[in-house]
Write a protein that binds this ligand. Sequence first.
Ligand code: NAD
Length: 454
Amino acid sequence: MSPTDSYTRFVNRPFGKQVAKTIGLPRPVPLRRHTPGDRLASGPILVIGDTEAGDTIAEQLWAESYDVRRDPGLKQKFSALIVALDDTAHPRDLSERVLQVSTALRGLEPNGRVITVFREPQDPSVATDANIVAVRHGIEGFTRSLAKEMRFGATTNGIILSQEVTMAAPAAQAALRFLLSGRSAYVAGQFITISSTAGSLPTDWDRPLADKVIVVTGAARGIGEAISETLARDGATVIGVDMPAADEALTTVMNRIGGIAVQLDITNENAATELIRLAGQRFGRLDGIVHNAGITRDKLLANMDAARWDSLIAVNITAPLRINEQLLAELGQGVVAENFRITSLASTSGIAGNRGQTNYAAAKAGIIGMTQAFADQLAQTGGSINAVAPGFIETAMTDAMPTATREVARRMNSLQQGGRPVDVAEAIALFHADAAAGINGTTLRVCGQSMVGK
Ligand code: NAD
C-alpha cells in the first residue's frame, strides 16, 4: 500500500505529465494534507457576496491576519474562494456572484478551495416560496457540478446554515476551517449542515480534543489506526478496542499514541458496560465513541448463507446499536459525559449499493439511519452523532482488490485517486470537537466525489 499510488507518481514526473497530457489521461496530483501548525490558506482568500455570512467570514479571517479580498480583481492568484449566497431569493440572483467565481477560478491555486455558503433548502419557514426553495436547491446543484470541474487537487464543497444559524455559530466556524484546510483533502462535492448554535470554540484550534477520552473500535489497523492517531494528535486520550487476535498490533498503536489497548469483541452483549467501567476506573469520564470496527462478507445474494449475513449484521450494525443504547442510558450519570459524541463508519456502498454487498450495504445504510435516529436525544444535552461514508480508501482491504478493478475504482472520482485513512480520520475528529456540536445527525462522504451515488 503506497500513500501516493504509482500512477499518480508517474503523471507528476515530467515525462509522465507530458504523456498524460498528450493522450488525455487523468492527471491526479498529491493532495495537501494537514500538519499541526498549518495555516488555513497560504495565499489570498476571496470572499464573494456582501451578505451577513460573507461579512462574518471576512471579519473572522481578517482577525487572524489572512489576506482577505472582496473583489476578484484582474489576474489575481487565490488559495480559496468563499461564495456567500445566504441572501439569494431567486435563481436569477445567482448570476452576479457566480460570474465573479468564474473570473477568480482562473487564478485558483493547486489544492485550492471553493466553498459555497447558503441556507437550508428544506427550511419549513420558506417551504411555500418556490423561488427561494428553487434557488437553494440550485446552489446545491451548482456546488456539485463545480466540484467536478476542479483540477489539480482543488475542491468545492458547501456549508448549509439552518434557519436561525449564522456563520458566527461555533459549528459553522469549525466547518469552514475544516473545508479550507488540508483536513478536508479528500472531501469534494459535499455539504456540511449546521443545524444549531450549540458548541464552544477551542482555546487552540490545533488541539480541539484536549482532555477528551474517546473509544475507537477496530483500532488495531487501517482506518481505525488512523482515527486513533488523529484523535491523539488533536489532544484526545484514546481507548483502542479490537479483537483478542489483534492484540499485538493494537498494543503497538496504543503505545505509540499514549492510549489504552482493550481486547474486546464489540458483539459481546456487555461491551458497553465494560467500556464504561474501564473508562470510569482509568479516567473518571468518557466523552465519545467511534464505531469503526467492521467486516466484509461479500457474496451475491443468490450465494449468500446465514453465517455470512448474520455475522456481518452482528458486527457492523447490531453492535453499534446496542452499545449506543447502553451508553445513552448512562448519559450524564457520572462517567458518560452529558455532551457525549458518537461517530460511525458508514460507506458509499450504503448510499449507492454495491454488487456482492447486500449484507454490507444493509448494515452501512443502517448506520446512516441510526445516526439520524439518535440525533435529537443527544442534542438535548449538547451531544451529537454523525457518520462518515468513505469511498475508495487506500487500505489493506482495497490493496487486495484485483489490479484492474482497483485501478478503475481509484480513478472514479473527481480527485482521480484513492483517499488515505487519515482523510476519514480528519472528518471523524471534526465531529468530536466541542465546536462541532451544531453538526448533528449527518453523514459526510469522504470519497473525492465518487461517481458512485444515488
Ligand atoms: P480493517 O479490516 O482493516 O480493520 C477493521 C478492524 O476492526 C480490524 O482491526 C478488526 O480486527 C476489527 N474488528 C472486526 N470485528 C471486530 C469485533 N467484533 N470487535 C472488535 N473489533 C473488530 O478495515 P478498514 O478498511 O480499516 O475499515 C474500517 C471501517 O471503515 C469499517 O467499518 C469499514 O466497513 C469502513 N469502510 C472502509 C472502507 C475502505 O475503503 N477501507 C470504505 C468504506 C467504509
